[in-house]
Design a binder for this molecule. Structure first.
Ligand SMILES: C[S@@+](CC[C@H](N)C(=O)[O-])C[C@H]1O[C@@H](n2cnc3c(N)ncnc32)[C@H](O)[C@@H]1O
Length: 321
């Protein structure tokens, strides 16, 4: 049975916001017990009821509130503007730190690579070769990059110390590509970062600055509709890698299965970094259960789970080979 909106907001408060954003935890708990806001949310299409979308829309319209009462006033006083923002925008959080989990997998494949990211948002995860990485003090990637992604690791990695990733070609697909050179898109991307997460905001700003002079191409459209045609553009002498992070949750079950089948037919490699529960074929091969108290992604190479990873980057727990 689908959770009710109140349950969804309570779950967001305890599993996603707790320990990460005290304000979002307060807002989500508040909404869960607020009949007026729950009624407003029931008036929206199901895909537009998410906590992240509501909170970001309210902040986009009237800035970050001090507390639940301030947030509630914003939503009720600026109801039309908040709803219009929720209807016209999507949760498109683009988190470059997710590349720290991808990088060792990418580095393990025959170089150079042709990177094709499904659900790329502004394309910041299409630039893994422009970032530096610090795995518990061991440096990798573009060590002189202005953006260094720190990543704590647990467990023994089955991948060698990552060497260089060389990118011959890159492209993304998104229902609504965001443009790092468009001030409104950048304001939305910044608003999607949770309020107290100043490090994430600095990281996002640095990644946007890095992307701006030469942004990756992100094609507009549904990942299933455009995958084959975009993949056909990849150079034949590069290793095709189709990947996606935090995307398939938004795609209905049938679309997920169709996507996995299509990726299989392309003949390249496939990296998924998604919520457990989203890809049954990956889940079935997980040797252990993901942590229950915090949102964690399952990282898999060619359908084989290799690690659990943090929702917004920062740690990877390698699974036994
Ligand atoms: C949460 S964001 C993640 C962005 C990026 N992968 C990252 O990890 O930083 C999810 C993205 O998937 C896109 N998306 C959702 N459903 C899609 C679909 N059916 N086809 C293409 N893109 C989709 C959304 O527009 C959004 O930009």
């Amino acid at each position: 049975m689908e959770p009710t909106i109140a349950e969804e907001y309570r779950r967001f408060a305890s599993r996603e916001a707790r320990g990460a954003s005290p304000l979002y935890e307060e807002l989500a708990s508040g909404v869960a017990g607020d009949r007026d806001l729950i009624a407003l949310l029931y008036g929206l299409p199901p895909a537009k009821r998410q906590p992240n979308l509501l909170f970001a829309a309210a902040r986009y319209v009237a800035g970050t509130p001090a507390d639940y009462q301030g947030f509630r006033r914003t939503v009720l006083d600026h109801r039309d503007a908040v709803v219009a923002t929720m209807l016209s925008r999507r949760t498109q959080t683009n988190e470059p730190a997710r590349c720290a989990a991808l990088y060792p997998l990418l580095a393990s494949l025959p170089q150079p690579l042709a990177l094709l990211e499904a659900g790329a948002s502004a394309g910041l995860c299409l630039l893994p070769d422009r970032y530096g990485y610090d795995y518990d003090g061991r440096l990798a990637g573009a060590v002189d990059s202005p953006l260094r992604l720190r990543c704590r690791t647990e467990g023994g990695s089955r991948f060698a110390e990552p060497g260089a990733v060389s990118v011959a070609w890159r492209a993304g697909i998104d229902l609504n590509p965001l443009d790092v050179n468009d001030p409104d898109d950048v304001r939305w991307l910044r608003t999607l970062v949770w309020p107290e997460q100043h490090d994430r905001l600095r990281r996002l700003d640095t990644a946007i600055d890095l992307a701006r002079p030469d942004p990756p191409r992100v094609v507009r459209g549904d990942l299933n509709a455009r995958l084959a045609e975009v993949a056909a553009e990849a150079p034949a002498d590069a290793t095709l890698v189709v990947y996606h992070t935090a995307v398939l949750y938004y795609v209905p079950d049938a679309g997920r299965a169709a996507f996995v089948a299509q990726v299989g037919r392309l003949g390249g490699h496939w990296i998924s970094q998604e919520d457990p529960g989203v890809l049954p074929s990956v889940d079935a091969r997980l040797g252990e259960r993901p942590p229950a108290d915090v949102v964690t992604y399952a990282l898999a190479l060619d359908g084989r789970p290799v690690a659990f990873s943090a929702m917004h980057g920062g740690w990877v727990r390698w699974l036994p080979a």
